[in-house]
Design a protein around this ligand. Structure first.
Ligand code: GLN
Length: 473
């Protein structure tokens, strides 16, 4: 676990703690845990320079930012000026970004120190981190097992205490599923809460940046800092900020429990852990309501149509002309495009581009893409109806705990079923969090997922705080 607590921020602000010393200790810890492979790029000099600048600022009596002293990592599909962005793909080669993502600007403006860029599934496609051109990331709870994906590096950096918090991206579960597998808090805010400017697009109508942390208060504070409308992302929402402070009081909270999330395929240990926590909340005065989300059965199917369709369009920009790598000595322009993409993309990315192109093709558009978009609307309506009866929906985050390397990689369908409980939140644009809920007999963590209407993240943090308080008794 990270040794971070919010009181550390006061220690830094009041000069009892040097940021440089803290960063040095984290860098050492990263070196000691190199075999986890959580980072693609570690900013040794850059992070120390940043730390010294914050220390100097404080010594000069200037006001330091709200995150001064906090050490964070950023998933490698979010751009940082003057640093490589790889998306864990070969196709980007030595691409260095000429600008900062809005979330990075906001972290820096509040004096967070960025320690490095984390490993991930290539272009955020996957649920195990096995699709990285930079090697797998190991789960610190059992190095023979996957950390989940696609934000596996960010989840592991937090779980192993290599940073205080990390940013990830979530298109269909890529923050929540690895959070569940590593025993961390992982929030995907409502669509539009956080600017996507500078996030390499996968499925633009689904993608959101969110936060991993070991403590709900840290997670809420970082999310508050990176949130807010941005002129550079017209889908970012002009909604009031939320308060990062929650006391974990759930009395009077209406909790919806969807029958469809407790069906066949769910590990009974996870089911029991989740149901016990729901009972604990009822014991603390929450009201339990049975709800139904009948379109859940179609969620994975429509997600893999819509996400791949959007990906096939978004990834067309990696053509050997604009970014990174280009095939050598091509015969002609078409050969250059074809070879660049064939050599640069991994198998899963190619599979998704082909699927996406197929569902958008003239002959199949109505049968697949159009149909999926209609069912997406029905799914959204299921949530609208449910939220008339409850404030928050609780369920497992994943049907199983972390699986072993190689177990699912050759069977894409079983890998896609990992996302059964998480994709709906992205399709409906609502906010969702995975909260550490317990461990199975092998000591592998699992999470409980809370879902709330789009900009009700405060409700999620309140549930997280309740469970956090319960576990720390
Ligand atoms: N595992 C899902 C996928 O492979 C989700 C990915 C994500 O959220 N980026 O598409």
């Amino acid at each position: 676990m990270s040794d971070f607590s919010l009181s550390m921020l006061a220690d830094v602000a009041e000069g009892r703690l040097s940021v440089e010393k803290r960063v040095r200790a984290f860098l050492q810890k990263c070196r000691d845990n190199k075999e986890l492979n959580a980072f693609i790029t570690l900013f040794e000099e850059r992070a120390l320079e940043q730390a010294r600048a914050i220390d100097r600022k404080r010594q000069a009596g200037q006001q330091t930012g709200r995150l001064a002293g906090m050490v964070v990592a950023v998933k490698d599909n979010i751009v940082i000026k003057g640093a490589p962005t790889t998306c864990a793909s070969k196709i980007l080669g030595r691409y260095d970004s000429p600008y900062n993502a809005t979330v990075v600007e906001r972290l820096l403006a509040e004096d967070a120190v960025i320690l490095g860029k984390t490993n991930m599934d290539e272009f955020a496609m996957g649920s195990s981190n096995e699709n990285s051109a930079f090697g797998v990331v190991k789960n610190p709870h059992d190095p023979e097992r996957v950390p989940g994906g696609s934000s596996g590096g960010s989840a592991v950096a937090v779980a192993a205490g290599l940073v205080d918090a990390a940013l990830g991206s979530d298109t269909g579960g890529s923050i929540r599923q690895p959070a569940s597998f590593t025993g961390t808090y992982g929030i995907k805010p409502g669509y539009g809460r956080v600017s996507r400017y500078g996030l390499v697009a996968f499925g633009s109508s689904l993608d959101q940046i969110g936060v991993f942390a070991n403590d709900p208060a840290v997670s809420a504070l970082v999310l508050e800092v990176i949130s807010g409308h941005d002129n550079k992302d017209s889908t970012s929402a002009a909604v009031p900020s939320f308060s990062a402070k929650s006391n974990g009081d759930v009395s009077g909270l209406k909790i919806g429990v969807p029958a469809e999330y407790f069906q066949e395929g769910l590990d009974p240990v996870i089911e029991k852990g989740v149901r016990d926590l729901i009972d604990d909340m009822a014991g603390a005065g929450a009201e339990i309501v049975d709800i139904s989300l009948p379109m859940t059965d179609y969620a994975v199917s429509i997600y893999y149509i819509i996400a791949t369709a959007e990906a096939s369009s978004n990834l067309s920009r990696f053509d050997g002309v604009r970014y990174g790598r280009r095939a050598e000595e091509p015969a002609d322009l078409t050969d250059m495009y074809a070879r660049t993409r064939n050599e640069g993309f991994g198998d899963e990315v190619k599979r998704r581009i082909m699927l996406g192109t197929y569902v958008l093709s003239a002959g199949y558009y109505d049968a697949y893409y159009n149909k999926a978009m209609r069912v997406r609307r029905l799914l959204k309506e299921n949530f609208d109806e449910a939220f008339k009866k409850c404030d928050v929906i609780l369920s497992p985050t994943t049907p199983s705990t972390a699986f072993r390397f190689g177990e699912k990689i050759d069977d894409p369908l079983s890998m896609y079923l990992q996302d059964i409980y998480t994709v709906s939140a992205n399709l409906a644009g609502i906010s969702a969090i995975s909260i550490p809920a317990g461990k199975d007999a092998d000591g592998l963590p699992f999470g409980i997922q809370a879902q709330a209407p789009p900009f009700n993240e405060h409700v999620l943090f309140n549930c997280a705080q309740f469970i956090h308080n319960l576990k720390s008794i």
